[in-house]
Write a protein that binds this ligand. Structure first.
Ligand code: MG
Length: 277
């Protein structure tokens, strides 16, 4: 008969210990009026506090598909003519070949560039390596999209165009590279004879009044819908030999390359740009 008494004593003792070890037991003893004096009231936040209603984004009508120009695009080539383009050498009329809705490089007349100039933009351009392409390495369907043309010849920032379907070369010179600077993240090339797409976001470099660099150029490139350059920071203009460096400019044309290699000339189509500022 002694066991229940001992057990109840033990229970009472442990309950006291538990109450002493629990700080909330003391807090519960604090009067509610003192709580209000020492703890500032939390501001009451509402869902509406973080809603932004203006400025309202401009309405843009998308193209019939995701490669067609949206309503605010400047169409640079729609298959009909090269009115938006000029010789990069002397600004004379562009003499590349337009036939059956396609613009084909004329290697005898050199690079062409847009008559308009741009700073920051989104660009869509499609290109095709001929099915019967010959040559190897850099001499197999070489062309390029100069994202800013800062002078005649190959002056500027080149996004490489090349047959890299099954054609080894230095990886910072394959299709989708920022030539001699940015290796593409992956190789999503289609085979010669098939149309390929570049979708580019170009952020131009900004220069100080003394011509030194303020902020570098950045580029994002989707190649056949696959990300190959992800906000890549450029070190300067493209250099065939030596390290790249920046040279002050403001707005610049977009240029297409007539490369001097003897392989069959490549073609472009459906070129449009949206200015970003
Ligand atoms: Mg090239």
């Amino acid at each position: 008969m002694t066991m229940p008494i001992r057990f109840s004593t033990f229970l009472a003792f442990t309950t006291l210990l538990a109450a002493g070890a629990n700080p909330s037991a003391h807090q519960q003893a604090t009067p509610a009026s003192m709580e209000r004096q020492t703890v500032p009231a939390a501001p009451v936040e509402k869902p509406q506090d973080t809603e932004v209603w203006e400025p309202v984004p401009t309405v843009v009508t998308p193209g019939a598909n995701n490669t067609a120009p949206p309503s605010d695009a400047i169409v640079l080539f729609d298959g009909k003519n090269v009115d938006e383009w000029a010789s990069a050498r002397d600004k004379s009329p562009a003499k590349w070949i337009v036939a059956e809705g396609v613009l084909t490089v004329n290697k005898t007349v050199g690079n062409i560039e847009t008559k308009r100039t741009f700073r920051n933009y989104q660009l869509h351009i499609e290109w095709k390596i001929p099915e019967n392409i010959t040559g190897t390495g850099q001499a197999r369907g070489n062309s390029g999209v100069f994202l800013s043309s800062t002078g005649p010849g190959d002056a500027g920032y080149e996004l490489q165009v090349l047959d890299s379907y099954n054609n080894p070369t230095y990886v910072n010179g394959q299709a989708g590279s920022i030539y001699k600077q940015g290796i593409p993240l992956v190789n999503p090339n289609r085979k010669p004879g098939e149309w390929q797409t570049y979708d580019v976001v170009w952020t131009a470099p900004i220069f100080k009044a003394d011509a030194s660099l303020n902020t570098p150029a950045y580029v994002t490139v989707f190649f056949n819908g696959v990300l190959v350059q992800n906000h890549f920071e450029l070190k300067g203009e493209t250099r065939y030999i030596g390290q790249p460096f920046y040279k002050k400019y403001d707005r610049a044309p977009i240029k297409l390359q007539a490369h001097g290699d003897p392989s069959e000339p490549i073609s472009f189509r459906n070129i449009w740009v949206r200015e970003l500022n």
